[in-house]
Design a protein around this ligand. Structure first.
Ligand code: SAH
Length: 360
């Protein structure tokens, strides 16, 4: 039992079941007891390990991509370099070091902004970047970004933004709810019949119990970013755990200390995510006249030079460190490791020749 579980149960007792999206939002971002509000989830001592925490090469290659996107855009003055959901700040630290090395004048004419919803994590990021170049600033939402060319990145951001679930029950699509069982435990329940989510193709012949996820809050954030890029120029790059096709299925999952746990056992003390539907994100980009490029993390990192970068790092070190660098690289690009499970979407205006997606 966690303090948050007590409060959620009391809330449901008082005013009825809550949607899966509300449950996810409360578990992750409750101001007092939410997971990102309170805990330090990252790294070996935490609950999960992310790509930038595995190797500096990840942030280095992402930084090189952002600089290339800025160059392909015609080197606009006063660009914004933004990371949304920067966690511990590790990737931004690696990116700022790299941008400074590639083009020492660029940071001086840029604004660097970290968009972070958790005040506690923003504090962790400030410490991590205390001696980094670029004079970074913080914002709590993407709405605060000024209207300038935007070069933006996010890693494992969208899977932390709440998704709704629908369940096909009793011949109708219904919002999937979190309710209380007769013995007072949290459990799933089907709500009142609802309009079928658009993305199901309004199909009403699926097997009883089929689940479909939609994430209006994720798509809403990308709508905002895409409309900014369509109006002011720029490019976006987002990595996440998810699928390139979308489809039916329940992907809500909780992780604690690197092990899967029930989504109801440790609300606020376990990470709660659902897979990102990249096809839905691509539709959002197209709706703003941008071109989405979709691929796997492996495809992106190999095309942008991870193997060569690892060889450079290995050449300057001893055998033990060399083996570690090779292992970290293989974890990021390995087919049975993160390379295929993680996907990437890049978005930009159609006339931008974005490496490695467009030749030339
Ligand atoms: N990118 C980091 C952290 C991933 S965890 C890494 O790869 O290690 C998800 C991050 O997104 C956390 O920092 C979380 O607080 C933040 N986050 C989640 N929803 C957000 C939102 N709506 N706006 C800004 N940050 C958000």
């Amino acid at each position: 039992m966690t303090a948050l579980k007590d409060r959620i149960s009391a809330m449901i007792r008082a005013s009825g079941p809550i949607s899966v999206a509300d449950y996810m939002r409360i578990c992750l971002f409750d101001p007092a007891d939410g997971y990102y509000t309170r805990r330090d989830p990252f790294g070996a001592d935490g609950d999960f390990v992310t790509a930038p925490e595995i190797s500096q090469m990840f942030g280095e290659l992402v930084a090189a991509w952002l600089v290339a996107a800025w160059e392909a855009s015609g080197r606009p003055p006063q660009p914004l370099f933004v990371e949304i959901g920067p966690g511990r700040g590790t990737m931004m630290r690696d990116m700022l070091r790299t941008v400074d090395r590639i083009d020492p004048g660029l940071l001086a004419m840029s604004d660097v902004v970290l968009v972070e919803a958790s005040p506690r994590l923003a504090g962790v990021q400030r410490q991590a970047l205390a001696s980094s170049p670029g004079n970074p600033a913080w914002a709590a939402t993407v709405n605060e970004l000024p209207g300038r060319p935007l070069f933006v990145v996010g890693n494992e951001l969208f899977d932390a933004i709440p998704a709704r679930q629908f369940v096909f029950a009793g011949g109708a699509w219904r919002e999937r709810m979190v309710a209380l069982s007769t013995d007072g435990e949290l459990r799933f329940a089907a709500g009142a019949p609802a309009a079928a989510p658009r993305q199901t193709g309004q199909r009403d012949s699926v097997p009883e119990g089929t689940i479909f996820e939609v994430a209006p809050a994720r798509e809403g954030m990308l709508h905002h970013i895409a409309s900014h890029i369509a109006a002011h120029g720029g490019a976006g790059l987002f990595f996440d755990y998810g699928s390139l096709q979308g489809g039916f299925g329940d992907t809500l999952q909780a992780v604690k200390a690197h092990e899967p746990v029930s989504v109801f056992d440790f609300p606020g003390d376990s990470d709660l995510t659902s897979h990102v539907d990249f096809a839905a994100l691509a539709d959002v980009a197209r709706a703003h006249g941008l071109v989405p490029w979709l691929g796997t993390q492996r495809e992106f990192l190999t095309a942008t030079g991870m193997v060569q970068r690892s060889e450079r790092l290995i050449a300057g070190t001893g055998p033990q460190k060399a083996a570690q660098i090779a292992a970290e690289r293989d974890r990021l690009i390995g087919e049975s490791e993160m390379g295929e499970l993680f996907k990437v979407i890049a978005i930009a205006a159609p006339d931008l020749a974005l490496y490695p997606f467009a030749a030339g």
